[in-house]
Ligand binder design. Structure first.
Ligand code: DGY
Length: 418
């Protein structure tokens, strides 16, 4: 059966990099590729490293890794390079995405042995430059949490967390909007037209200041410390500490340790970790699957991990597929609309790894098993309705296939251990 999931990766391979899915997403996406590299690492280390190498071909001189690398032209996606106008030597977008790259590199490197040291060394330096960019460009006021300036950077574009801060963004655009996503996927499963006007307003605003980080920071009408990104950044920093011993003579290790410890905002109302609106300083108190991701780090207390485990148990008791991207009952929950409710395999996989870290392998096993069953039943679609288990969004999705390969490997390791 795993051959089927490997075949999905092969079909989406465009020459050393993997598109998320045919048509809807015809380029290389940043965090998609990090998960895909880990999936490849279950059977082909060389190809896993190539995926990461093709991604950093698009890295900017200041360390930023763009969210899209436009390796080849394609007209099935909007907004393309003509809208981004970044002027980079390889056409890229001008914003980034969750920094899973460092975590994925450490994951691949742990299986690579010493034969690939040079390649890993180069990727390690790219990962460090990227983490330093996050700290410098996106926490210039040294708050201890990094910020995003566009919802697309969070990867969770239309999560209800962003409803309040995003309402400040005007709907006016210089660029005509020619959505292509709704010709591939039912519009009811995608962000709205008003969302798109605001997404493109932000792109226009940052293009106007030449994608310069300090000027973007100064003009940004949207500035949030996303809990997902901050947790992933810490997890990547921690994962890279071992490589630092080998590739920087240990010189980066202290900085990585410091970067891997952060105090994440917790909401009693939502009973989970939450994002912060940096324009009004207020927490965005919505319980989302990203609010579980601090489990990847050492930060949560036992009591917090218990509360998060309780959310998973409640979903299972109610016959819901855990963990909905927005928990049912939260304002803005919609079970079929992109990040307002559907379950995403990559987030579940990270949450389960987090529960293992926090001494709850039973919860992790249940998360892994329900997700594996959902994928096997429907196929590796983009996301799942938590209420019906229906497959939604794009089909034959690379990162969902990659996660299924990782789940199979984890299940095999557990059965050998037991
Ligand atoms: C999209 O186009 O849907 C993406 O989420 C932006 O990266």
């Amino acid at each position: 059966m795993m051959d089927h999931y490997r075949a999905v990766l092969a079909a989406n391979d465009r020459g050393g990099y993997t598109v998320p899915t045919h048509g809807l997403y015809p380029f290389q996406w940043n965090w998609d590729s990090a998960f895909v590299a880990m999936g490849f690492a279950t059977f082909d280390i060389d190809r896993a490293l190539t995926e990461l190498e093709r991604l950093v071909e698009g890295q900017w001189d200041d360390g930023m890794i763009p969210h899209i690398i436009f390796h080849q032209p394609a007209d099935s996606y909007f907004p393309g390079p003509d809208v981004w106008r970044t002027g980079h030597r390889i056409p890229t977008s001008g914003i980034t995405q969750p920094p899973v790259f460092g975590y994925a590199l450490a994951f691949v490197a742990a299986r690579a042995g010493t034969a690939q040291e040079e390649r890993i060394g180069r990727l390690y330096r790219a990962a460090i430059a990227n983490l330093r960019w996050w700290r410098r460009a996106r926490d210039p006021e040294a708050l201890g949490l990094v910020a995003v300036l566009h919802n697309w950077e969070t990867g969770r574009d239309n999560s209800p967390e962003w409803d309040r801060p995003f309402a400040r963004v005007p709907e006016t655009t210089d660029t005509p909007i020619r959505r292509r996503d709704t010709s591939h996927v039912d519009a009811a499963m995608r962000p709205t037209d008003a969302d798109y006007r605001r997404y493109i307003h932000l792109v226009d605003a940052y293009a106007r200041v030449g994608w310069d980080p300090a000027r973007m920071w100064a003009v940004a009408p949207f500035k949030v410390a996303d809990i997902g990104i901050n947790a992933i950044l810490s997890a990547s920093a921690e994962a890279l500490i071992e490589l630092a011993e080998r590739h920087s003579g240990g010189g980066d290790a202290a900085w990585l340790k410091e970067t891997s410890t952060a105090a994440f905002p917790w909401s009693e109302r939502a009973q989970c970790f939450v994002s912060l609106d940096l324009i009004d300083g207020q927490p965005l108190e919505v319980a989302t699957s990203a609010g579980f991701l601090p489990l990847l780090t050492g930060s949560p207390t036992n009591a917090q991990a218990d509360r998060l485990a309780r959310h998973v148990e409640t979903c299972l008791e109610r016959g819901l597929l855990p963990v909905p991207s927005t928990l049912p009952g939260q304002p803005g929950y919609e079970p079929k609309r992109y990040w307002r409710g559907p379950v995403w395999a990559v987030v579940n996989w990270m949450i389960a790894r987090g529960f293992v870290r926090h001494g709850r392998p039973d919860i992790a096993r249940r998360l892994d098993a329900t997700l594996a069953q959902a994928i096997d039943r429907i196929g590796p679609c983009e996301y799942f309705d938590p209420e019906t288990g229906e497959g939604l969004g794009g089909g034959a999705f690379s990162w969902t296939a990659a996660i299924r390969l990782l789940l199979a490997e984890a299940a095999e390791a557990a059965s050998i251990a037991s």
